[in-house]
Design a protein around this ligand. Structure first.
Ligand SMILES: [Fe+2]
Length: 357
């Protein structure tokens, strides 16, 4: 981690700062520990808590601000960090300048710092158990979903190194029924071909995909069955023409259509900002605020361990996402087309390879 980034992460006065679990642990052992504030509801706190903290549920925070100690830095935490980020924004808006968010929440704290802090039960999406696979080299995310009773699974956006997925499939005693790509990726070599070779599971792509290998085509409203659950397809072109968002219960796997704090670029390949605007405003943003959003990309994290699960919600992105906060369609189109860095050198090569096999 570069020194400047570390300083920012550690600095309690860093605007919109985040703090990694290992750094929180170090800070709490030091001579001037921060106030550690849990903003989760009572039900979640009953599952697990970090000792020595202060508890004010985010729903009560605005009315209980006088209970916060003055003059000390505050680190806010929740399960994964999204709720805490909103609470931190509230505190800053009310004059607290030294507020950080525990990155990855109590989940990462338990995983990285203190295994005696209990973990939440396994996350699910529409009745399917969900396992997320971050790739720290590329910042990409893949997902394995399975029916815990029938032991059938689907995988979303697998990377080329398929060993981890195969190990999980083996350990859980699963049969892979579907390999799903949300879109033609340009930031990593996809793993659908290798997984298909070893499992014979069909590869599903959006109907607009120009891929040259055998695959099943998916269109708006169609679904893929995994055990007793359905993964339902919405076409969300924009980042690419063939882009799909896959919904399972109250969760969506939206590829690069909607990322935490951003949207996937539309100025590369066959992207189209007008289509992305339609996809966002007419599809994703019509979903309830509580909808959990699982993106295909989380961005680099300076080589530090990735948290167990990257997840945001429609409501949080609706309120905080820079692209979504553009005041109107014209501003959004400008935002998506101006000021982006040049096309990555390996963009065309990766796209060509991902379409070929
Ligand atoms: Fe992408």
């Amino acid at each position: 981690m570069p020194v400047d980034d570390r300083r920012r992460a550690l600095s309690p006065s860093a605007p919109r700062g985040r703090l990694f679990a290992v750094e929180l642990a170090r800070w709490r052992r030091g001579p001037e520990p921060p106030v550690l504030l849990d903003v989760r509801p009572a039900g979640e706190r009953a599952v697990a808590r970090i000792s020595g903290d202060l508890w004010i549920p985010s729903s009560e925070l605005a009315s209980r601000l006088p209970e916060l100690p003055q003059g000390r830095p505050i680190v806010v935490y929740c399960h994964f960090g999204g709720q805490a980020a909103m609470a931190a924004e509230l505190l800053r808006s009310r004059g607290w300048s030294s507020v950080s968010v525990l990155d990855g929440g109590i989940d990462e704290y338990s995983r990285v710092v203190d295994p005696t802090v209990p973990r939440y039960p396994e996350p699910t999406a529409g009745g399917l158990v969900l396992q997320q696979f971050p790739n720290v080299a590329t910042g990409c995310l893949a997902y394995l979903l399975w029916d815990p009773d029938r032991r059938e699974a689907a995988i979303v956006d697998p990377g080329r190194d398929v060993g981890r997925y195969r190990a999980a499939i083996r350990e859980q005693g699963l049969t892979l029924r579907a390999i799903l790509e949300t879109h033609t990726h340009a930031d990593h070599l996809a793993g659908h071909a290798r997984l298909h070779e070893v499992t014979s599971a069909p590869i599903y792509l959006g109907r607009r995909s120009p891929a040259q290998y055998p695959h099943e085509r998916l269109a708006e409203g169609e679904s893929v069955r995994v055990g007793g659950s359905e993964i339902v397809v919405a076409e969300t072109p924009g980042h690419t023409r063939d882009h799909l968002t896959l919904r399972s219960g109250g969760s969506v796997f939206c590829g690069d259509t909607l990322l935490p704090g951003a949207c996937g670029r539309t100025d590369l390949g066959d992207g189209d900002p007008e289509l992305l605007w339609e996809s966002l405003t007419q599809k994703l943003l019509t979903l309830p605020d509580a909808t959990e959003v699982y993106p295909a990309h989380y961005g680099p994290r300076h080589g530090l361990p990735a948290p167990e699960r990257y997840c945001t919600t429609i409501g949080f992105e609706r309120r905080t996402n820079e692209a979504l906060l553009q005041p109107d369609r014209a501003a959004f189109l400008r935002y998506m087309t101006e000021g982006w860095p040049p096309k990555p050198d390996d963009f065309d090569r990766i796209v060509a390879e991902n379409l070929a096999r």
